[in-house]
Ligand binder design. Structure first.
Ligand SMILES: [Zn+2]
Length: 391
């Protein structure tokens, strides 16, 4: 080809590359979010009592994966589950923002190994994350925390990252005259993001990590997953992680952890433990949900169990099925130990998004709960927990 011909083709080719890159960057994540997390029905279920009570509640949700998605946090989106306008519309006062760093393609609740394609790798490339995060799970965690910090600084005091009991007290005070404020607590879904390095735990703690989930869908260097191949206990390195996290005052999240490792963590943790998103096997039997014995053990530590909103957690697809599971849990472990664990934006389909939390309040009224108990379940328990147990 002579140079004139090259010149003739080079501009259209560059233009095509630009158009394709921009389309992939914007459209693929939106396509994934719309398809994987469409809601079953978008309406809010509300009754008169729920409508009156909900605005008075401190609503808290224990698990959302919105940091994974490059979505405008300040616009009201019509896909996915969480953004600031929808949190405020749903009167959510506190959200645990959970960091996901690896999701093997073969992911399933019964037996997942971590070989094969990791879905977060193409997602991080397509979404234009920093290059080091394409290769490092730790960098993915750091990147997601930095996104939350940017949101906080852009939010004009509407979003506040909570790192301590003092922050929590300050937030509650500020909230009395800044009604729309939302508190954010940073959680990690799987200690594989530590890349077998305790220094990285220190860095994440300094960055604001306060809730540590040890595994996700697969066994890692720290412990066995409930959905892993071996489903074993804590490893030697895992025990070192527990010891160090205890020193920092980090709270352990038993979600996705094998039953064996869960009981080991309960023994070793200096603080009560939580399970941010789950169902209970006694009512909905599958490997994603925890046994009733484990639920009781979590409650005995003084911890809280966040009831999930998706079908595997509740064996249903409606807000009523969520409340049926809440009812089962409160009857088993007591109303003080139950909260909400939506798993919003965690590639699950839920009957509502964060704007429609009023539906849960209204369903709890139908289920016969008193206003005091509804306040506890909807977030009061978690508020008291963090006031007591954050560093
Ligand atoms: Zn999860």
């Amino acid at each position: 080809m002579n140079s004139n011909k090259i010149k003739k083709y080079i501009f259209p080719l560059l233009l095509l590359i630009c158009v394709v890159s921009i389309s992939v960057h914007y459209l693929v994540p939106i396509y994934l979010q719309s398809n994987m997390m469409g809601e079953f029905n978008k309406g809010v279920f509300s009754n008169k009592k729920g409508h009156e009570l909900h605005p008075k509640l401190f609503v808290a949700d224990m698990h959302a994966d919105v940091l994974l998605w490059e979505r405008d946090f300040f616009s009201r989106n019509d896909y996915g589950h969480v953004d600031l306008p929808r949190l405020q519309e749903g009167n959510v006062s506190l959200q645990i923002f959970t960091i996901v760093t690896k999701a093997p393609k073969s992911m399933n609740i019964n037996k997942t190994d971590d070989s094969g394609l990791d879905r977060i790798t193409p997602l991080s490339i397509v979404q234009g994350w920093p290059i080091q995060s394409w290769f490092s799970l730790f960098s993915r965690a750091v990147h997601q925390i930095s996104r939350l910090k940017k949101w906080e600084s852009r939010s004009k005091n509407q979003l506040m990252i909570i790192r301590s009991r003092k922050d929590m007290r300050d937030f509650i005070e500020l909230k009395t005259f800044q009604k729309k404020m939302v508190a954010a607590i940073i959680g990690l879904e799987g200690a594989h993001a530590l890349e077998k390095d305790l220094i990285k735990l220190k860095v994440l703690f300094q960055e604001g990590l306060r809730v540590l989930g040890l595994t996700h869908f697969f066994d890692n260097a720290v412990a066995g997953s409930a959905h892993g191949v071996k489903k074993g206990g804590l490893t030697k390195f895992g025990k070192e992680v527990i010891e160090r996290a205890n020193k920092y005052g980090i709270i352990f999240d038993l979600s996705h952890l094998s039953e064996k490792a869960s009981f080991e963590v309960i023994k070793l943790s200096k603080k009560p433990v939580i399970n941010t998103h789950t169902g209970l096997r006694g009512k909905c039997k599958n490997e994603r949900n925890i046994s009733d014995e484990l639920a009781k053990a979590v409650a005995e530590t003084g911890g809280i169990i966040g009831i999930g909103f998706w079908p595997t957690a509740t064996c249903g697809q409606t807000t009523k099925s969520i409340v049926d599971m809440i009812k089962y849990a409160t009857e088993l472990v007591g109303v003080e130990h139950v909260g909400l664990g939506s798993d919003f934006d965690g590639t699950v389909k839920t009957p509502i998004d964060s704007s429609s939390m009023k539906s849960i309040t209204s369903e709890l009224i139908v289920a016969g709960y008193s206003n005091e108990d509804i306040a506890k379940i909807m977030g009061g328990n978690l508020k008291e927990f963090f006031l007591k147990y954050l560093p």
